[in-house]
Design a protein around this ligand. Structure first.
Ligand SMILES: Cc1cc2nc3c(=O)[nH]c(=O)nc-3n(C[C@H](O)[C@H](O)[C@H](O)COP(=O)(O)OP(=O)(O)OC[C@H]3O[C@@H](n4cnc5c(N)ncnc54)[C@H](O)[C@@H]3O)c2cc1C
Length: 403
């Protein structure tokens, strides 16, 4: 290896996966002076997926990375989250989430995943220190004394460290510690969208609706600058294929919600194409690091979506990891390759307790959202008694986080 190339490698971090976490990590690390190579399996960053929620803990990081102007036409800032009883159609409680944004000084956004990924990719493309290689699936990893060499798309890429941001079915995790596998939750998310003008009764939706029914729930909010409405209906079941794009038969989901209030049924009936994905989560406490390799986002801690924090935790991971690497290996720090594993351990130690707490909250929410019968009545009474301010305050440990 010649001297120039040696210096370049000592400043190069390889990121596997150009999802939300991987692209955010690339931007956060490049902002700290590193050179980044992002290896993405797919040939194009597709229009796959639907809505994501981004609360202030995550949006603040994106704003700091310069994403606000790229997101302003597609992200929507909902005014409230309204929990609704699925049988009666009556609001249980309306939580003014817009107040959280005002209090924390960072937006609460709902956004189409494809729009967020496109905005991050555009920011990445504009950064001279980041190279995004599409159609490059990571298929081998060789750690060594100077860092790690990654095989992808028939080429070998050397770097100081490898960040596995390659999602819940992570190849990096499989190659590094194959024992940790995602677990099927027994729940399936159905998702669909409709044009805003197709809202039943010509209604305008400015907030997030959270419909709570027995053994199922439905989340509805505007995306794409308010031009489309995103629906995610979560039901139990045994279908557990991988992937994000399996077609769902409309009659099946319509039948499943046949006993719900008419307004919920009208929303479900207005969607013409459904996809579904089986919900998997990583077990708490799995391994995230080995030598110069670490995991981030769903690869490390894929979680149920019921705390609406999957993307948010990946974004937080990216920012904390960039801070840790900059502190030991940034410009003028002079950290050697031998110190990288300790830096990555520090990152994981900083992230684990918070992520575990969010994973647990997501699981608890799943149980609470799906309560049947008398237990559901008790839940509704308790939510009303707590009221919007106290319900929101219970989430402030998530929203108020700063690094
Ligand atoms: C196609 C898709 C659609 C999604 N849709 C939704 C949705 O509608 N709603 C929702 O809440 N969440 C959705 N998610 C999940 C959500 O994006 C994540 O939970 C969250 O953003 C955390 O992101 P992440 O960066 O950790 O992983 P992901 O966003 O899953 O990104 C992982 C990336 O790694 C790439 N990759 C995988 N294997 C390799 C490999 N061997 N080499 C290189 N690259 C690889 C994948 O192609 C992907 O681009 C979706 C994820 C994907 C991949």
């Amino acid at each position: 290896m010649d001297a120039d190339r040696g210096v370049a490698v000592s400043r190069t971090i390889i990121v596997a996966g150009a999802g939300i976490g991987g692209l955010t990590a690339a931007l956060a690390l490049a902002a700290k002076g590193f050179r980044i190579v992002v290896l993405e399996r797919t040939e194009r960053l597709d229009e796959v997926g639907a809505g994501l929620q981004l609360s202030p803990n995550a949006s603040r990081i994106l704003v700091d990375l310069g994403l606000q102007s790229r997101l302003q036409d597609c992200a929507v800032a909902p005014d409230a989250v309204t929990a609704i009883n699925a049988r009666s159609g009556r609001a249980i409680v309306r939580m003014p989430i817009g107040d959280v944004a005002a209090r924390t000084g960072a937006p609460y956004w709902v956004v189409h995943r494809a729009d967020l990924q496109a905005a991050l990719a555009a920011q990445v493309a504009a950064h001279p220190s980041i190279e995004l290689r599409l159609g490059c699936a990571v298929d081998d990893i060789a750690p060594h004394a100077n860092g790690v060499t990654v095989s992808a798309g028939g080429a070998q890429e050397p770097g100081l460290a490898l960040i596995g941001a390659d999602g819940i079915w992570s190849a990096v995790r499989g190659l590094t510690f194959a024992d940790t596998q995602p677990l099927f939750s027994g729940l399936i998310a159905w998702r669909g969208t409709l044009p805003a003008e197709a809202m039943p009764d010509g209604a305008t939706l400015r907030g997030v609706q959270l419909w709570l029914g027995p053994e199922a729930h439905l989340v509805v909010y505007p995306i794409s600058g308010g031009r489309r409405i995103n629906l995610v209906a979560v039901v139990d079941g045994s279908w557990n294929q991988r992937g994000w794009s399996a077609r769902g038969e409309p009659t099946e989901i319509i039948a499943r919600f046949a006993h719900w209030d008419g307004a919920a049924r009208a929303l479900i009936g207005a969607v013409d194409a459904w996809t579904r994905w089986a919900l998997f989560g990583m077990p708490d406490g799995g391994v995230w690091n080995r030598g110069p390799v670490t995991l981030l986002g769903d690869a490390a801690h894929g979680m149920l979506p019921f705390a609406a924090q999957g993307a948010g935790m990946a974004i937080e991971d990216a920012a904390v990891l960039a801070d840790c690497l900059a502190a030991s290996h940034g410009e003028g720090r002079g950290g050697s390759a031998a110190e990288v594993p300790a830096t990555l351990q520090r990152y994981a130690a900083l992230r684990r307790p918070r992520v575990k707490r969010v994973q647990q909250l997501a699981r608890q929410n799943g149980v609470i959202y799906h309560l049947p019968g008398v237990a559901a009545l008790a839940r509704d009474v308790a939510m009303r008694a707590l009221g919007p301010d106290r319900l929101l305050a219970r989430q402030s440990w998530i929203y108020d986080w700063r690094r």
